[in-house]
Design a protein around this ligand. Structure first.
Ligand code: TIU
Length: 243
């Protein structure tokens, strides 16, 4: 019954789903939206709000806010068209049994992973800080992938979820550009997915790392993938919808 409903939902989605064309670097792209997913990496309170993991590492969390508006616009466009959306969250089990010792022992002992903070225990699943920011909160039908590492494929079922939906192209947003976004794109590229990083939907605590993180993806003819902007992607989606 559930399987039949899923198959029907996918059939309906694929029927109405256009191929979109948009400017990107190193070259413009055509993407069949029926086989694409928006992957929003770690837009969690722990990274974007004061008192979480990002702040505990000594970062200015305000630097990441710039990505929220563009992410929200692209998320709304994907939802309107019934295209696939996936969210990820970095974090650990409450007993920290999935957290490598060297990751936990970094930094100030009072602010380590698992230590109490204003949004609950830092980077621990189930705590307020671990949750996704309200502006981009997942809705029904959008899988949330909990990951213990920086890459979204490492020790998760993301690959299975994508393959079950017939997805071959990932539009990647989130934070931070050079850490979890870049690691995920590299993992995805090696697994055969085409990655398109949305430049203004990503952010870093270090502007120079953001710029370099994007350059690394698109260098050498797109060694890990392509880079475009939310505006270019949305323009492509609107053009296809009007056709
Ligand atoms: N510290 C930093 O830039 N990032 C992370 O620890 N995780 C993610 O990027 N999600």
């Amino acid at each position: 019954m559930v399987l039949a409903k899923l198959k029907l939902t996918r059939a309906i989605r694929e029927c109405g789903m256009p191929t979109i064309t948009f400017e990107a670097e190193p070259a413009s792209l055509n993407v069949d939206l029926a086989h694409a997913a928006l992957v929003i990496i770690d837009m969690q309170r722990d990274f974007l709000e004061p008192g979480g993991f990002g702040a505990a590492l000594g970062n200015d969390v305000n630097r990441l806010k710039v990505a929220v508006g563009p992410c929200r616009d692209v998320l709304a466009a994907f939802r309107r068209r019934g295209a696939a959306v996936i969210h990820t969250r970095e974090g650990h089990r409450p007993d920290l049994s999935d957290a490598p010792r060297h990751k936990v022992e970094r930094g100030d002992p009072c602010l380590r992973i698992g230590a109490p903070g204003p949004m609950g225990r830092i980077l621990v699943r189930g705590e307020a800080g671990h949750d996704i920011i309200p502006e981009l909160y997942p809705i029904g039908g959008e899988p949330v992938i909990d990951k213990p590492g920086k890459g979204a494929f490492y020790q998760t079922d993301l690959d299975l979820v994508l393959r079950n939906r017939g997805i071959d192209t990932l539009f990647v947003c989130g934070v931070t550009t050079e850490v979890c976004v870049n690691t995920t794109v590299r993992e995805a590229n090696d697994r055969g997915y085409r990655c398109v990083v949305l430049s203004d939907c990503c952010a870093s605590y270090f502007p120079e790392f953001h710029d370099m993180g994007l350059k690394m993806v698109k260098a050498q003819g797109g060694i890990f993938g392509s880079v475009t902007s939310s505006r270019a992607l949305l323009a492509g989606m609107e053009l296809a919808a009007a056709a």
